[in-house]
Design a protein around this ligand. Structure first.
Ligand code: PHE
Length: 488
């Protein structure tokens, strides 16, 4: 039985002398203390060497006030004694007797006196409360719980419950203890002294109990949102898309102007953007493209009128944190690719929103666009149906919408599995000619595009109701540790 730990050996050896003992007694006998003894006893029980019986005992003892009354009598008893010894006692006279304040109520309730012009004593047999006081004061057992409870309510008695653990050696345990023969000296932990003293050569070592329950250790794991982002990328790649990359801090030119957002339009502040402090502006925007974009703003593109409003290059040069990743789509369009093309990104965007269960200042957008001849809204919707079905979501809904840069435009909604509410999960549309023309896209080529919220997809899949549980400063670590891994 070398796989007994040294604590188990010590408990078993101590138990061999007495067969049965409480954890408290063994804690003292071994010097281990009660807690470790109970731990070792549990292991010994699992090995079938001891039996453990747990009992709860309730002790009652007198408070200081209880002790005083045990010595001097309850105040109502003292008042009664006074009435017996004196005739025609008035209330005022009784009030002078020690213990009046506390005792008079009990005197009346117990029916020990008649209260009139004078206070006359009646019969006052000894009650269970007095016998309980007496018994506790003398250290005798008292079993009438009602009386004890009553005294406890009067503040004369206190109660304490003890957990007793009784450990009993069984036959197998006795045999094992005899085998040990007092040899409880097993090394459980190797320390410096052992190694330095050479004693390690002959020492007997405890074996590991690999079946024992162990404390959970939380190592690192991939955050659930990152898991989903990776999965989204895989799905889009499998659908034939290529990934885009680009700056988080970008010029208004790519964030807004290229998307035919007029510079004086409320939509330019509608992102509630974050501006940079240093540097504030970018130099070296591509001249040709800037001119083409300005022209579209002023005069319009095929079939449109333009805005005929102010347009300034300085506004276009202003830097801010991107409020959408459509800036990346524009950057990739500006490379003048030949159709067909499919691009995506899953990346962070920044908006100065008000924090609530569905809004953070930063979130991830699943951006994408497809360029081809003869594309229509059916292709756009079909792409979403396909994409969301890869995540088990089969009931997305579309709502007509407005964006300055797409026509027609659609918002996407999905049903939250927990609350059953429709939540907005994305925005999309067909890019207008005003967006495409500056890049020299042919008239018969269409581009469909979208921005979907990764966090909202997460909420639909996992049923999370508050995005702040999942990321941000208030996130729920326990939730993140325990959320199941769905992919890979
Ligand atoms: N930029 C839009 C948003 O952030 C999404 C979008 C992208 C809409 C491309 C249409 C086309 O809501």
């Amino acid at each position: 039985m070398t796989d007994l730990s040294s604590n188990e050996r010590r408990v078993l050896t101590a138990l061999a002398d007495r067969d049965v003992a409480t954890a408290e007694e063994l804690g003292e006998a071994t010097g281990m203390g009660r807690g470790p003894v109970e731990g070792a006893a549990n292991l010994l029980r699992d090995r079938g060497l001891v039996e453990i019986a747990e009992t709860r005992e309730t002790d009652h003892y007198l408070t200081d006030e209880g002790e005083t009354y045990a010595r001097e009598g309850l105040p109502e008893r003292r008042l009664h004694d006074y009435l017996e010894e004196n005739d025609d006692v008035s209330m005022d006279e009784l009030r002078e007797v020690d213990g009046f304040e506390v005792g008079v109520g009990h005197l009346r309730r117990k029916g020990w006196a008649e209260l009139g012009d004078t206070v006359e004593p009646l019969g006052a047999p000894e009650g269970t409360d007095e016998r309980a006081l007496e018994a506790l004061a003398e250290g005798r057992e008292f079993k009438e719980m009602d009386a004890l409870e009553h005294l406890r309510e009067r503040g004369l008695v206190e109660r304490e419950t003890h957990r007793q653990v009784e450990i009993r050696l069984n036959e197998a345990g006795r045999a094992t203890a005899e085998d040990l023969d007092g040899d409880d000296d097993v090394v459980g932990e190797i320390d410096h002294d052992l190694l330095a003293s050479d004693a390690w050569r002959d020492a007997e070592y405890a074996e590991y109990n690999v079946e024992a329950d162990a404390e959970p250790r939380h190592g690192g794991r991939v955050h659930v949102l990152r898991q989903l982002a990776d999965r989204v990328k895989e799905v889009l790649v499998s659908m034939g898309f290529e990934e885009m990359e680009g700056p988080h801090v970008d010029s208004e030119f790519y964030i807004n102007d290229c998307l035919f957002m007029p510079q004086d339009h409320p939509a330019r502040t509608h992102w509630d953007k974050f501006l940079t402090e240093e540097p504030t502006h970018v130099d070296g925007l591509p001249d040709d493209l800037v001119e083409a974009v300005e022209k579209v703003h002023r005069e319009g593109a095929e079939g449109g009128e333009g805005y005929h409003s102010e347009w300034s290059r300085d506004v276009a040069r202003r830097l801010n944190l991107r409020g959408h990743t459509t800036s990346l789509s524009v950057r990739y369009l500006s490379r003048n690719p030949e159709p067909p093309q499919r691009y995506f990104s899953v990346d962070k965007v920044y908006r100065n929103d008000t924090l609530d269960p569905t809004h953070l200042l930063e979130f991830y957008q699943i951006e994408g666009w497809v360029m081809d001849r003869g594309l229509s809204v059916r292709d756009l919707m079909g792409t979403f149906v396909e994409f969301y079905s890869r995540f088990g979501i089969e009931d997305i809904e579309f709502k007509p919408h407005y964006n300055p840069y797409t026509e027609p435009s659609f918002e996407l909604f999905g049903r939250h599995p927990g609350t059953d509410e429709l939540i907005e999960i994305g925005n999309s549309g067909m890019f207008r000619r005003e967006v495409l023309e500056p890049h020299g896209v042919d008239d018969d080529v269409e581009v469909m595009a979208w921005g979907l919220a990764l966090e909202r997809l997460l909420m639909l899949i996992y049923g999370f109701e508050d995005i702040r549980d999942v990321h941000g400063t208030l996130c729920d670590l326990e939730l993140l540790r325990e959320v199941p891994v769905l992919w890979r």
